[in-house]
Design a protein around this ligand. Structure first.
Ligand SMILES: *Cc1c(COP(=O)(O)O)cnc(C)c1O
Length: 392
């Protein structure tokens, strides 16, 4: 059966994904099972998505309840769950308004469009350019791959969308030098996820904020990976004592249901008028009812405090590995967005882990990334660390 389904998939699916030869059939909390009944501890969480673990009972309950009530009506009408979720996001962030889409890329598309629209609205149409960071990742649609500072994401799709300039992350002078009369915004991730769990240096984010104020340009935070508690705070920007003007969310917002959100301050959000932007599926009752339960559970169960504590513990164990093994070059990240750079191809370690019942992944060839559900416990971390200690 296993072989058949995997062959079937390879035969009929687009050839965009290189997959592990595993057919996953069931999940619960931090555990996944394949069709052979083998279990895996999940340190990937569907790429930082299932923050509350798989098949969380309260979210499943909320989803089933909504599935028996109302799924979709379009944004021609009001629906309750989306209104309440938007209010929750506004109350718990810097923002005043929310636009819902279905993915991270779509949230970033909305942010890019809003930044352009805002300056048109302000009578400065020349300010359409956006500065982005080298090694950033903002998505796979044409606009968001154009905003992405990685050649491998852009390759083959020329000409990309005009209007993006790139500077190295953590280089404040390069940023200052790049800002010109056509610059309208700076977009960046508080911690670069796909780029290798690269964290900002002391004072960098504060300086970026300051420069954006000085130059009258917008600061856009892509919190698609860092948001919703992943770093030990609800949003990544809260680590720096600053606030962006626009923020994008997706991944963990729905714990696996497809939802993205673009949040902005009132003055900027006002640039979108009825008809300016839209999404058929954006913020359906079904998805927003589940996402609302996700955010409420995050608070009710003190998941973010747990993430901060267990993340510190996990990082201390990775640093312990670094002390013991020359093959470990660096340990980085905060909360449960952690990376460990090794001096060889990460793929062999990832495959060995898979064989032994641990799902981890690797970014930028040699940086092992650990992004488990935020509910992960010490025992699971100890088991993984003991195994890594053995194979490193
Ligand atoms: C995953 C990710 C995206 C893209 O999200 P999709 O839902 O795959 O479109 C954008 N930005 C960051 C920082 C991400 O981690």
């Amino acid at each position: 059966m296993n072989e058949n389904i995997m062959e079937h998939s390879d035969q009929f699916m687009a050839t965009t994904y290189k997959r592990f030869p595993v057919l996953l059939t069931r999940g619960q909390g931090c555990t996944l099972w394949d069709d052979q009944g083998k279990s895996y501890t999940d340190f990937v969480a569907g790429i930082a998505v299932c923050n509350l673990g798989h098949v969380h009972p309260e979210i499943t309950k909320a989803l089933c309840k909504q599935a028996n009530t109302l799924w979709h009506v379009s944004n021609l009408f009001y629906t309750e769950p989306q209104a309440i979720l938007a209010g929750w996001l506004v109350r718990n962030s810097f923002a005043d308004r929310v636009f819902f889409g279905n993915s991270g890329a779509e949230a970033n598309e909305a942010a890019i469009k809003l930044a352009r629209k805002y300056f048109k609205h302000q009578g400065q149409p020349e300010r359409y350019r956006i500065i982005s960071m080298e090694k950033s990742f903002h998505g796979r649609t044409m606009a968001t791959l154009s905003a992405t500072g990685q050649a491998k994401v852009r390759e083959g799709y020329d000409p990309v969308l005009e209007g993006f300039d790139f500077v190295p992350f953590n280089d404040i002078e390069a940023l200052r030098a790049k800002i010109g009369p056509q610059t309208g915004a700076v977009i960046l991730e508080p911690i670069q996820g796909e780029g290798g769990i690269r964290t900002p240096e002391e004072g960098y984010m504060e300086s970026v904020r300051q420069i954006c104020i000085e130059k009258g340009i917008l600061l856009i935070f892509d919190e698609i990976q860092t948001g919703m508690g992943r770093t030990g705070k609800l949003f990544g920007y809260q680590h720096f004592g600053i606030e962006p003007d626009i923020m994008t969310l997706a991944k963990a917002l729905g714990n696996g249901l497809p939802i993205g959100a673009m949040l902005a301050r009132e003055k900027i959000a006002q640039a979108f008028q009825p008809g300016s932007h839209a999404s058929t599926f954006g913020g359906t009752p079904l998805v927003t009812a589940a996402a609302l339960e996700v955010v409420q559970t995050l608070f009710r169960e003190n998941i973010i405090d747990h993430c901060r504590q267990i993340g510190n513990y996990f990082k201390s164990r990775l640093l312990w590995l670094k002390d013991r093994h020359d093959s470990v070059e660096d340990v980085r990240g905060i909360g449960l967005l952690l990376g460990m750079k090794i001096n060889r191809e990460g793929a062999s370690v990832v495959n060995a882990c898979l064989e032994n019942g641990f799902l981890i992944n690797c970014v930028q060839e040699n940086i092992l990334r650990f992004i488990p559900p935020l509910i992960i416990q010490k025992d699971d971390i100890d088991a993984l660390v003991a195994y890594l200690d053995e194979i490193l």
